[in-house]
Design a binder for this molecule. Structure first.
Ligand code: 5GP
Ligand code: MN
Length: 338
């Protein structure tokens, strides 16, 4: 964030504003952690702020301080539309283009508010008036910490803010193991612990709240895993029927895709999840090393994300989707062998 943007932001926040903060659809730990961290900071400054999520978020995030105040656009759309129309500032966090908020997009496009983007995804759109975009960042939560620091308010980070921001740093770095984890990430995390983030409890709440059905679903996913050694690739499928018979709840498949990468010699892991209601196959891509799943998802599966973690979708049935996916691999053989 450059000095001009920091001064412009400070000028806006020095008077009372009506603020809406928006994460991407199907928000994850970083999306909810960053929006709620910013929410607490702005509320403590006396601002009128509301987080509006495009849809619901997983149960393992429902302990986040203040999350009960999040407005769910899908459930409470009239209230949400009114807040968006009346907003003077709209913060968009943890996504790079308005397509990522799906059915909320037209309402944000019509909004009169000043837009501030805080995000670490590649190829950011140009809809925001003030942009804090940095693809080298581990997480949007680390950026919200920086944002508060830029405004000279690091001392205003309290335990609520610290717990929110630590959560997203932990989830988006795969518990501090992904390449995006820097010494600065650890320093930020350490400072958040000093300011009251309960790191052990957060880990426990996010990762150690499995249900028997989720573990059964994981068993099913691992059984379905196809390993293609020639392409250093492993992929998993889950059909709607398999989800239903394992009592699937939102968030249950979070992290499943990573199991492929734990195999020796595998650098590309994918999960295809059938969603009959939306008529799509939702796909998550992960890689180790230089193979860009962001490029792959963008080119072939209407998606995007980061170099080593991206998502996308397919409108074809599950089997056709995986057959198409397999047919693409030959073109990437060299990159996958690197
Ligand atoms: P996940 O696979 O965990 O849903 O997402 C991995 C990364 O890719 C996240 O940073 C997420 O924001 C991004 N991502 C997931 N799905 C999509 C998508 O459909 N389109 C784009 N552009 N990014 C996505
Ligand atoms: Mn993120």
């Amino acid at each position: 964030m450059n000095l001009k943007d920091i001064e412009a932001t400070e000028a806006l926040l020095s008077s009372p504003q009506k603020i809406v903060i928006v994460p991407h659809k199907n928000p994850d730990g970083d999306a909810i952690g960053s929006t709620m961290g910013l929410y607490h900071y702005l509320k403590n400054r006396g601002q009128d702020a509301t987080v509006i999520s495009p849809n619901d978020y997983p149960k393992f995030l429902k302990w986040i301080p203040g999350n009960e105040h999040i407005v769910n656009f899908e459930k409470d759309s009239n209230h949400a539309k009114q807040l968006i129309a009346e907003a003077t500032i709209i913060f968009t966090l943890d996504f790079n283009h308005l397509g990522r908020i799906d059915q909320m997009q037209p309402y944000l496009q019509e909004a009169k508010a000043t837009f501030i983007m805080i995000d670490h995804h590649q190829a950011p759109g140009d809809y925001a008036d003030i942009m804090y975009s940095d693809v080298s960042m581990s997480s949007t939560c680390e950026m919200v910490y920086n944002f508060i620091e830029f405004l000279g308010h690091r001392d205003q980070i309290n335990a609520d803010i610290a717990n929110c921001l630590y959560t997203g740093i932990m989830t988006d770095t795969g518990s501090f193991k992904f390449l995006s984890t820097t010494s600065r990430t650890h320093r930020v995390a350490a400072d958040l612990i000093d300011k009251g983030a309960n790191n052990t409890l957060i880990h426990n709440k996010v990762f150690d709240t499995n249900t028997p059905s989720r573990l059964h679903l994981l068993g099913c996913a691992l059984k379905n895993m196809v390993i293609m050694e020639d392409y250093h690739t492993a992929f998993i499928t889950l059909s709607q029927e398999e989800l239903d018979s394992n009592n699937y709840k939102k968030g249950d498949t979070e992290g499943f895709v990573n199991y492929g990468l734990t195999l020796d010699g595998i650098c590309f892991a994918v999960i295809f999840i059938e969603n009959k209601e939306d008529g799509i196959i939702k796909i998550s891509f992960r890689s180790e090393g230089d193979f860009s799943v962001n490029e792959f998802a963008k080119k072939h599966f209407q998606g995007g994300g980061h170099t080593n973690a991206a998502g996308g979708k397919s409108d074809m049935p599950l089997e056709e989707t995986t057959a198409y996916f397999v047919s693409l691999l030959e073109n990437y053989k060299e990159q996958l062998n690197a």
